[in-house]
Ligand binder design. Sequence first.
Ligand SMILES: *Cc1c(COP(=O)(O)O)cnc(C)c1O
Length: 415
Amino acid sequence: MRLQTRAVHALPQADPAWGATIPPVYLSASFAYVDPETLARVFQGREPGFIYSRIGNPTVALFEQAFTRIVEARGAVATSSGMAAITAVIFALAQAGDAVAVSSSLFGGTLSLFSRLVARCGIEVRLFDPLLPEQLESVLDDAVRFVFLEVIGNPRLDVPDIPLLANLAHAKGVPLVADCTLAPPGMFDPRRWGVDVAVHSLTKYITGNGTVVGGLVVDTGVFDWTAFPGSAVQEAVGKAGEAAFLYVLRREIVQDMGMSPSPIHALFHYLGLETLGLRVRQHCENAQALASFLARHPRVREVRYPGLEDDPSYPVASRLFEGGRYGGLLTFSLADREECFRLIRALRLPRTLANLGDAATLIIHPASTIYHERTEEERAGAGVHEGLLRVSVGIEESADLIEDFSRALEVLSKE
Ligand SMILES: *Cc1c(COP(=O)(O)O)cnc(C)c1O
């Protein structure tokens, strides 16, 4: 079966009690048992069951199960946000005294997490440029517990040679962790390219309608955790075997740090999964069409989109991504901030807000918003300048989007 078919049929029995076809929402903080012996057995893991919704909840479990089946992974753990998912991975794999190798082309929130909190916890953060494999090689030694990167760096929109970097990590016995938020199922299969742990912000494409915030950690099933040097996972191998990483994530990090999602949010995430394949296709087709239009427009200086043949990321992206899909995010440049603001005001369809992966097209001026507190050097590293605009292309009809951009660019010339 193919992805979109699996997505619709992931839970043939979502509700054995009454036959509901969609996961029932179990809005209950805790779960009662008729006798103390049963509760004790559930606590001791000798009988399946739920205890308390911070530790586990049936609706959340159904969403995790559905996702695991759709992408054919070893297992998945849902969290309250994408940032919580990344935090959970870091603390499951590393502790004070360890080091981690982290791409320098990252989402701003992730870069802050690594450079402030993680560094303060005594974990040494070693940055490398994901387009320069020799930089990763030079920071990898026995202290490093994992390699972290984004499949498509945001907002530089660069695509690293993931299988090559995975091989470097595996040669040192450590996993490759990839934030796959911008390259969701339907365009990129992390298992095929050596990604051991996939992280998603569910807030974006997977839920897909801009409703709720959420995150997910997926164990793709590639990595042999029994040989992993990190101490928390080592200790869990006796109890959980090859599921040791998932065990530490769920029973130590998410449970103890209180990162679990609401069951209502899990329902929204599940509903997004059913249409994910269709939406990803439409986002990518529209982004390709809009990128090609902008690249030909005389007012537009530079367009970055991995699906444009002259884009530096095109060769790698064409190898790693499926179905001629290159994602829904693009950036382009105008003369300066003033012109960017005028264009945003002239556009009718795109909303201007800080999110991506919504059904609607979104546009933002990164330098004055997401990057307003960053130094000039950090901005340059992320490819952000005063004339840059970032567009998250939605699932409208592409002809309407192109008409709107075309008209708004005309307005710029007239004013
Ligand atoms: C949004 C985003 C995150 C953070 O996810 P939240 O759900 O907002 O916590 C992490 N990585 C990437 C690439 C993102 O776009």
